[in-house]
Design a protein around this ligand. Structure first.
Ligand code: ADP
Ligand code: ZN
Ligand code: ZN
Length: 744
């Protein structure tokens, strides 16, 4: 045993799920800690590789060790607690350790390419010397002006000093030569909010329900180790003041000298949301999301790293803000599927937040108007504490009236159903007449769902994916929404040559066309990923809508969340059945959430809102419960189904996915893997052997999956993590999805 630790265990950017030991050279002894980025020699040529130190110790089972070449920074990039989260993610989500560690750092920081931005600043060396110089050289106007300016401020950017004092570069250089001033490069921050001054808001006096929730929250924050659950589920209807609860909880964290993280779904990271936090906490807030430039992201992360801010607001990855004294993690809209990352590590930020809170003694608040079945179940079981906000914080704003329209009764003589019912058309017209606004929601873009031939039954399918092409009329293209490939729409059936081509099913483009026809003279805009090709367009349409320059906004999911428009008094849900019959056990839950959320866009102002839901299945439970604003009713019906079928939250689930061009090859690999892991299976675990996924082919690749449910899954996870490498072959891609959110 040596006296001081001289061996570092590191992870390399290699996608190998193992660590390597390196010797710490004398010159770096005592300077290397876990979380640090270093450069090591690797492979036959000893090429230089970047690596992360995960542990420092004195022993290694390996004999000859190579030496670390150098360190990248003097301070660990990752706090030790965060590194633990990385280890946990690798283990739980069954991914390479180095992948999990990479996830903890934004690319801009990891790459090492983005640097602190600096500018030249002038500083005064000595106040008295400067004063003397001014007294003795009154005619040196430029020099005196520059010195006077510097006597008033601790440091001035070179360009600013030149323009303010009128002193030229040469004059300033002369002052440096006379040792009156110094010029130095200083770090400056790129500020994504430059030019936006916000009015400060003060905490609002809480309503009774808010006060009750805050009481529980404050208690837990004061006594993190009381043994009470460290997770609070805040179930509050839209407009009940959840955000105000978050704000006051954060204020308490700051008072304690501790920090807070707020996660919001990427889609609700609108300026509106971020401004509410900045208006309360000003420069204490850092914002982390994908819309920032690399430089901005680097600076925002550094502000957290250097302790300059106390609050981080952002999407999924903001969970890894490198705070060291975390009091609070808030996950708003905790049920939102965007918290799940679709690439490895396939983590769910909501669940990792619960884990980070546990490891760092921080309180976790999960907020939602439509909590996930998992979280509500945990609250029912007492694992989480449930706090409720049942009323809108402004009681004069009523919950909207939801009416269900049975589309089966809307058929014409030939039995053909219209896309917009008489009721909906009438309701929109009334709104236009009254100067109020309407939203029409349809979760499908494009013009028609598919192109079919009435003569031979041909359906235009994507050749690489097992789905039908969507027809886009404006561009006259057939487009695959899975792989984005497209082709020109044919004039005649490619199969039989007939002209009896039919475009069935509606997308937002078609609803827009119908609306232009139906509501003559109305100002209409469409918002979906086809029409919103630039972020600036999105902002433009939203502000037009807000200013009342549009009567009708037609859109997909893009308009479903978070937006707040007081003058919207009607929301039409064009097809509520869509998504309801997907082969996924969460289809009902998703429908309920989406319907509730879209309905929540109506009636946020003084006029009571109305929601019209068009459906061919008027008695389906998610729809009926959503119409009655009855979350508990929906929950108790749905939880019974889950229990009966032993689906989550009754036990966990894992899927092993197999992808490749040759189905026989996939099945062979899958069988090999299954054979290796079968001995590790808990007898309680329900196994579905590798079989084609509901969408069998995407981008030319066949997709197979094996699912595992219930029982102890940890031994299985560990076996999988190891065995995937032993059966892996280039032709077949294998990956594990733990706690999947989609079964397709
Ligand atoms: P949620 O996040 O639950 O949808 P918000 O926090 O956005 O609800 O609150 C909805 C509206 O009610 C906001 O305009 C907010 O300023 C206001 N509000 C929240 N709490 C109070 C309160 N205690 N007193 C008065 N107004 C409040
Ligand atoms: Zn045909
Ligand atoms: Zn395709």
């Amino acid at each position: 045993m040596k006296e001081s630790p001289n061996i570092a265990r590191v992870l390399l950017n290699l996608s190998l799920d193992r660590t390597f030991d390196y010797r710490i050279p004398e010159s770096l002894c005592g300077r290397i800690t876990a979380g640090m980025r270093v450069v090591v020699p690797f492979g036959r040529g000893d090429s230089e590789r970047e690596a992360y130190v995960v542990a420092v110790g004195s022993d290694s089972v390996h004999g000859e060790l190579k030496e670390i070449i150098r360190i990248c920074e003097d301070h660990p990039a990752l706090p030790p607690a965060l590194l633990k989260i990385g280890e946990w993610m690798a283990d739980y989500y069954c991914c390479a350790g180095e992948l999990a560690v990479r996830t903890l750092l934004p690319g801009a920081v990891r790459s090492g390419k983005v640097k602190v931005k600096t500018k030249a600043f002038y500083f005064l060396n000595d106040m008295r010397k400067a004063a003397n110089y001014i007294a003795e050289n009154p005619r040196a106007k430029g020099r005196c002006a520059a010195l006077k300016a510097l006597m008033l401020r601790p440091g001035i950017e070179a360009e600013v000093l030149e323009s303010e004092s009128g002193a030229s570069k040469a004059v300033l250089r002369e002052l440096v030569r006379l040792e009156l001033v110094t010029i130095e490069d200083r770090a400056i921050e790129r500020n994504p909010f430059a030019g936006t001054e916000l009015l400060r808001t003060e905490p609002l006096p809480p309503t009774d329900e808010q006060a009750a929730a805050l009481k529980v929250i404050f208690e837990r924050m004061e006594h993190p180790e009381s043994g009470a659950p460290h997770v609070i589920l805040l179930h509050g209807v839209t407009g009940s003041g959840k955000t105000e609860v978050y704000l006051q909880a954060i204020a308490r964290a700051v008072e304690q000298g501790r920090e807070a993280i707020v996660l919001v779904p990427e889609i609700s990271l609108t300026p509106q949301t971020v401004e509410r936090f900045r208006a309360r906490f000003g420069d204490m807030v850092s914002v982390l999301h994908s819309g920032l430039t690399d430089g901005e992201r680097y600076d925002e992360w550094m502000k957290v790293h250097n302790g300059k801010v106390k609050i981080a607001v952002g999407a999924r990855s903001a969970l890894f803000a490198p705070f060291r004294n975390l009091a609070l993690i808030i996950v708003d809209e905790e049920h939102d599927t965007s918290y799940k990352q679709s690439e490895a590590p396939r983590y769910n930020a909501r669940d990792v937040a619960v884990m980070r809170g546990k490891l760092e003694n921080a309180l976790v608040i999960l907020g939602s108007a439509t909590p996930s079945m998992e979280s509500y179940y945990n609250a029912q079981k007492g694992k989480y504490t449930l706090c409720r906000l049942t009323k809108r914080s402004d009681p004069s704003i009523l919950m909207p009236d939801v009416k269900i329209i049975d589309m089966r009764l809307e058929g014409n003589e030939e039995g053909k159903l219209p896309f917009l019912s008489k009721f909906l058309v009438q309701a929109v017209r009334e709104r236009i007449a009254r100067g109020e606004q309407s939203i029409l929601f349809l979760n499908r873009r494009g013009f028609a769902r598919q192109m079919t031939c009435d003569l031979c039954g041909y359906v235009a399918m994507c050749p690489d994916c097992s789905v039908a092409y969507t027809y886009h009329r404006k561009t006259q293209m057939l487009t695959c929404h899975l792989c984005a490939s497209s082709r020109e729409a044919p004039a005649v059936c490619p199969n039989c040559g007939s002209e009896h081509i039919r475009y069935s099913g509606a997308g937002t483009e078609r609803i827009e066309n119908i609306s232009l026809d139906c509501f003559k003279g109305a100002r209409i805009a469409r918002m979906d990923s086809d029409s919103m090709t630039r972020p600036s367009l999105y902002a433009k349409v939203l502000s037009q809508f807000r200013r009342g320059e549009l009567d009708i906004l037609i859109g997909t999911q893009m308009i479903a969340k978070g937006l707040h428009f007081p003058n919207v008094t009607l929301v039409g849900i064009v097809n509520a059945d869509m998504g309801l019959f997907l082969p996924d056990f969460r289809a009902a839950e998703r429908s309920f959430q989406l319907l509730t959320q879209v309905a929540g866009r109506a009636g946020r102002g003084e006029v009571k809102g109305e929601v019209l839901v068009q459906t061919c299945t008027p008695f389906n439970p998610p729809l009926m419960y959503a119409a009655n604003h009855d979350f508990e009713g929906f929950y108790s019906e749905e939880i019974a189904v889950r229990e009966e079928l032993k689906f989550p939250p009754f036990g966990h689930m894992m899927i092993v996915h197999f992808r490749g061009e040759d189905p026989a090859e996939i099945l062979r690999t899958a069988a090999e893997l299954m054979e290796k892991i079968r001995p590790k299976l808990d007898p309680e675990t329900v196994v579905s052997d590798p079989a084609p996924a509901p969408i069998e082919r995407v981008k030319g690749k066949y997709r197979f999956m094996a699912t595992f449910r219930n029982g102890k899954l940890a031994p299985l996870r560990r076996a999988l993590r190891r065995e995937i490498y032993t059966v892996r072959r280039p032709e077949v891609e294998i990956y594990v999805d733990v706690d999947p959110i989609s079964m397709l």
